[in-house]
Every structure is written in structure tokens, then in C-alpha cells.
Design a protein around this ligand. Structure first.
Ligand code: F6P
Length: 521
């Protein structure tokens, strides 16, 4: 959910207040240090120039980067990422394509290698294939009677965008493996499905893992894509030693699709696929957060100031949603459900409001720009219909404002997460950690986090508007003791299953690949 935040190097907007880290290594369950080559499209930082022309680093956006940042504190990391902006490209050129030495905000040293792709290839890779095609497919976002159209443009964007950008990543990884032949390579997400195959071909013995942070859809849906593309995607992933997902649901879909599309021999209980003469561990471990980071941030001056502002404006009951403006997040249906709730509960007019803190996302892609417009229109409809005497039912903020998000986490009575499909949804874990009002979480049954938190949330079908309206009512009316119990149970779970535990589980999967007998996982 995070996007770009301008910051001095090493201090992201998550800590525009004094850096929250007193030291390092505070996560639980972290295994011994390893040499890791972490590979993701968006890097941990990106560079730009400030008003004075000075180069500044801003923290890379997205839950993925947020979550992986802790790897740097606990392991010897070289991070390979796309040079996205002009200044990233300048940094890459100055380093002659090699890695540069960087320091994380907790003082940990790591190496960062930017891959400077051809600009047109990167545009096809990101704005044509990765997001409007792969993201849409994997979140079931198409109305198949209308989209997608697999035309010359898509074939071209695949061949001259997705394929060469992945090859560029693989080349950079191979160069890093020359320097550190024993390092473990840790690929991330839907941008990089082809890179592992390239690396495997050049280095049959390399230790390769891939974590997919988004849902894996059922096998039939892959038939929307041409055979060559859908097979290349599954073949690329199966070049790894380990493929990880957030939930057993996405893992099962991947195994089924691999069996169906490639004839892989899959063991669903153990979680492995035999393919091309190799055995691949396919596991599920839900990612998590670093509770201490949030605890420290929650009491920072900047968050306290933002919280005072929210408290001054809030009505008696506050419903919060925090999302990127992504069609998969289902913001429009959330507003319509709130409208239905207001329609049937006139006594709550003036007493309840929804605060929607939305991060503008991927606005170069028409589908995303249109969805942002739809969000604005939907909020307007509700506000025009119900607002009175200074009460505005939906307070819509379209801005990347992480400090306000953290402040709002403390203040919600109801958190609405109604994603159509979501790999995990970290908001559902972060917000309860900080909440001070025994807030209730309404959670989509199609968010990966539902697998873990289901028994303590109010579950909703993301397409069912009246069900969501009813869930809002139920959440607002729950007895105080039950609200507290549910919230505390979520907190306890998240603290116990923190980011350190996730990292440990990923690395343990590598060890399973080396083990003679595989254990169920
Ligand atoms: O896994 C999905 C993800 O990569 C998350 O890290 C993040 O929420 C989002 O997508 C960021 O997307 P982008 O890099 O396109 O802004």
C-alpha cells in the first residue's frame, strides 16, 4: 500500500519523525546471517533531486519493500532493482551498472544494484504487461466479455518489454553471483516470472527462490493468455528451488495450474512440484509486519500531530479504509455499501463518517486513472445525497500520507478491507496493532490475511453490497467486550507471527530443498 515518500536517504516517510530505530536486530525468530541477492522491480530506495538540486533518496513504495527492508538488517544483502526515475538512472550510470554501497536507516549496510532498462522496454514491461495484464489477471479484474484483447500490442509488449526486462534482471543477478557464488537469490513478485529460468540455465546449481505477493488464480483463467505466455510464466517460476505464496489457497492454485499447463507432478500435501527433472518446494507463509517499528512510529511527534487533527474532526464513530487506488481494492463498492448503511440507519447520520486514505497508484495506466475517477464520483454521490450541517459522510483523501495513515490506525472504530482479491493485505495486520478504540476489522474473504485472521474479523463477500452494509452495522454495534477480545486476538497473532518469523520460514524452505525427505509445509 505504500508509495513513494520523499526522504533523506535512509529515513523514509515512515519515519519523518526521528528515525524510530534505536538499534538493529530486534525481530524475533531471525535465523543466522546469509548472503542474499534480493531481486524486485521497485527497490528499497529511489533517487531524485530536491529543490536545491541535491540528490535525495526516497523510500521505495509498496508493501513488498516495506516488508523486505528488515532483510537488510539481518543478512548480507545485495538488492537488484529497476532504475525507475532519471536520478536512479544517473546513479546506475555513475556506478557503471555495478552495485553501490548503501546504508539503511537503522545503520545496516547493504549493496544496491540498479538495472537500467531501455525506457520503451520498461514502459511495455510495467504499463502494458505487468499491471494491466498480469495484475488484472491474478486479481480476477476483467469482465471477460470486454477485456482483455490479446492483440499485436500485447504480443509486442511481451516480446520487447517483459522478456528483455526479465533478461536484464537475470544478467544483473548472474553478475552478482560471479562475485558471491554461494549467495541465495530471492526473486519477488509478478514482474519477474521469467528471470529465474535465465539464471537457472546459466547456473544450474544456484539457490533460487521466488515469493509471489499477489493471488494465484485458478488454472482456467490462465487460458486467457496465449499458450506461449502462460507456459513461460509457470516454467519460469518452476526454475526456482522454492516458490512461496501468502496462503494455501494461492499455493494450491499454482500447483494445479503447473500440473494442468506444464504437466508438473505435484504433491499437494507436501507442497512440491517435480518438473524438468527437478523438485521445487511450493510453500505458503503469510508475510507480516514489524510491530516494534509501528509502536515507535505511533508515538512520534508527527503522528501525534496528525492524530490530533483526526480527533478534532472525527464524529462519534469512524470507519477507516486505507488503500492504493487500485481496482482490486474495491473502493467504489465500499462507498456504495456505506451508502446503503446510511440509507437504512438514519439515526447514525451525523454520528458516523468514513475516512478514506487512498494512495494514488499507477496513474500512467488508463485503467487506474479511470478507477481513480470512479472513486471520486462514488464518494461524491454519497456525500451529495447525505451531507448536512457540516457533516460529510465520506472524507476522501487521495494522497500518499503515511503518517496520517498511522494516526488513523489509532483512531478507527471500524476498519473496512473489502478487496476483490488481495494477496495478503497488510493494512489488516498493521491497523489493529495500533488501534486505541477496540476497533473492529471487516475483512474480505478473498484477502490472503483472511486465512489467518478470519475468526476475529467480520467477514464479507466483496461483491455483496448489502452484506457489507450489514457488516458495518454489526461492527458498530458489537458489545465492547467482544470488540476488545477480537482486537487483542489479532494483535497477539500478529506479534507472534511477525516479519522475523516470515523471513525465517522463507529461509527454512531453502533448507528443505536440500533435505533428503521433504516435510509437509
Ligand atoms: O505485491 C504487490 C506490490 O508489489 C506491493 O509491494 C505494493 O503494494 C504494490 O504492489 C506496489 O506497486 P507498484 O510498485 O506498482 O507501485
Amino acid at each position: 500500500m505504500w508509495v513513494t515518500r520523499v526522504c533523506q536517504f535512509g529515513v523514509g516517510a515512515r519515519s519523518e519523525s526521528p528515525a524510530p530505530f534505536a538499534g538493529r536486530g530486534y525481530l524475533s525468530n531471525v535465523p543466522e546471517r546469509r548472503k542474499l541477492i534480493v531481486v524486485s522491480n521497485r527497490g528499497p530506495v529511489g533517487f531524485s533531486r530536491d529543490h536545491a538540486g541535491k540528490r535525495v533518496a526516497r523510500r521505495g513504495g509498496g508493501g513488498l519493500v516495506t516488508a523486505l527492508r528488515s532483510l537488510v538488517s539481518h543478512h548480507d544483502v545485495t538488492w537488484v532493482a529497476s532504475a525507475i526515475g532519471d536520478e536512479d538512472r544517473a546513479v546506475a550510470a555513475e556506478a557503471e551498472g555495478k552495485a553501490i554501497n548503501e546504508t539503511a536507516r537503522d545503520g545496516s549496510a547493504y549493496r544496491l544494484r540498479f538495472v537500467d532498462h531501455d525506457a520503451a522496454a520498461y514502459d511495455w514491461f510495467y504499463n502494458v504487461v505487468s499491471n494491466p495484464i498480469l495484475w488484472f489477471l491474478q486479481h480476477y479484474l476483467w469482465n471477460l466479455a470486454e477485456a482483455p484483447n490479446i492483440d499485436h500490442g500485447l504480443h509486442h509488449a511481451w516480446k520487447d518489454g517483459y522478456v528483455p526486462v526479465n533478461a536484464g534482471f537475470a544478467k544483473a543477478v548472474l553478475a552478482e553471483l560471479e562475485l558471491e557464488p554461494g549467495a541465495t537469490v530471492f526473486f519477488h513478485d509478478y514482474h519477474l516470472y521469467l528471470a529465474p529460468r535465465h539464471v537457472r540455465e546459466a547456473r544450474p546449481d544456484a539457490a533460487l527462490a521466488h515469493f509471489v505477493h499477489i493471488p494465484w488464480p485458478q488454472p482456467d483463467l490462465w487460458h486467457v493468455l496465449p499458450t506461449s505466455i502462460r507456459c513461460a510464466i509457470h516454467d519460469g517460476l518452476l526454475a526456482n528451488d522454492v516458490v512461496g505464496f501468502h496462503t494455501p489457497r494461492w499455493r494450491r492454485n499454482f500447483l494445479q495450474a503447473s500440473e494442468h499447463l506444464l504437466g508438473a507432478d505435484c504433491d499437494y500435501d507436501v507442497g512440491c512440484a517435480e518438473y524438468g527433472g527437478r523438485r521445487v518446494v511450493v510453500s505458503s507463509h503469510p508475510i507480516s509486519v514489524d510491530p516494534q517499528e509501528f509502536d515507535e512510529l505511533a508515538t512520534s511527534d508527527a503522528v501525534l500531530a496528525a492524530e490530533r487533527e483526526i480527533v478534532a474532526r472525527r464524529p462519534e464513530k469512524l470507519i477507516l479504509r486505507v488503500d492504493r487506488t487500485d481496482p482490486s481494492k474495491n473502493v467504489v463498492r465500499g462507498f456504495r455499501a456505506f451508502e446503503l448503511y446510511l440509507e437504512s440507519h438514519p439515526a447514525m447520520h451525523g454520528r458516523v463518517a468514513m475516512l478514506a486514505l487512498l494512495d494514488p497508484s499507477r496513474q500512467d495506466i488508463p485503467e487506474y486513472a479511470e478507477y481513480l475517477g470512479a472513486i471520486q464520483r462514488a464518494a461524491r454521490v454519497v456525500n451529495d445525497r447525505f451531507q448536512r450541517d457540516g457533516w460529510i459522510p465520506i472524507d476522501l483523501r487521495i494522497r500518499d500520507d503515511f503518517l496520517r495513515v498511522v494516526a488513523a490506525y489509532k483512531q478507527f472504530d471500524v476498519l473496512l478491507v473489502n478487496a476483490i482479491f488481495d494477496g495478503l493485505n497488510l493494512v489488516a495486520k498493521e491497523a489493529p496493532l495500533l488501534n486505541t478504540r477496540d476497533g473492529v476489522v471487516i475483512l474480505s474473504e478473498n484477502a490472503g490475511a483472511h486465512h489467518e485472521l478470519g475468526e476475529w474479523v467480520i467477514s464479507v463477500n466483496p461483491f455483496d453490497l448489502s452484506g457489507q452494509a450489514e457488516a458495518i452495522h454489526t461492527a458498530l454495534e458489537l458489545p465492547a467486550a467482544e470488540r476488545r477480545e477480537r482486537l487483542e486476538a489479532i494483535r497477539e497473532h500478529v506479534r507472534e507471527h511477525d516479519l522475523g518469523a516470515w523471513i525465517a520460514a522463507q529461509l527454512a524452505d531453502f533448507d528443505r530443498t536440500a533435505a533428503p525427505t521433504m516435510q509437509p509445509g
